[in-house]
Design a protein around this ligand. Structure first.
Ligand code: AMP
Ligand code: ZN
Length: 114
């Protein structure tokens, strides 16, 4: 068993409420939702933090953002609004060290974030 929770979800060793999958990306519902709609979009490749990204990841990150948009729009939040967030390292609250794009919608989201 890998020590990375999200790699285990990608491999199918850990159950998740999957809502999207393609050759490079998986999306699933967050287990502890912070809004009526809260999904995580992740790459299948293990990338610990945003700090490891370089230009070779540009297409992957673009595709992840488009998946996030499609999920929010398909769930009916395109006009009301939604938020996409990558947390990087401890002061931003990153708890799982496999990059993930949060997609939050369904309530008024405060700004600035806490
Ligand atoms: P972050 O704090 O940005 O690293 O976010 C990690 C997110 O992963 C949190 O919102 C958790 O609720 C979520 N999470 C942790 N374990 C699981 C899991 N097994 N399935 C779905 N979401 C999870
Ligand atoms: Zn991983």
């Amino acid at each position: 068993m890998s020590s990375c929770l999200f790699c285990e979800i990608v491999k199918g060793n850990l159950n998740a409420d999957l809502i999207y999958e393609d050759d490079r990306i998986v999306a699933f519902k967050d287990i502890n939702p912070q809004a009526p709609f809260h999904a995580l979009v992740i790459p299948k490749d293990h990338i610990p933090t945003l700090n490891e990204l370089d230009v070779e990841h540009a297409e992957l990150i673009g595709r992840m953002l488009i998946v996030a948009k499609d999920l929010a729009v398909d769930a009916g939040y395109g006009q009301r609004g939604y938020r996409t967030i990558f947390n990087c390292n401890s002061e931003a609250g990153q708890a799982v060290y496999h990059i993930h794009l949060h997609v939050l919608a369904g309530r008024i989201l405060g700004w600035p974030p806490g």
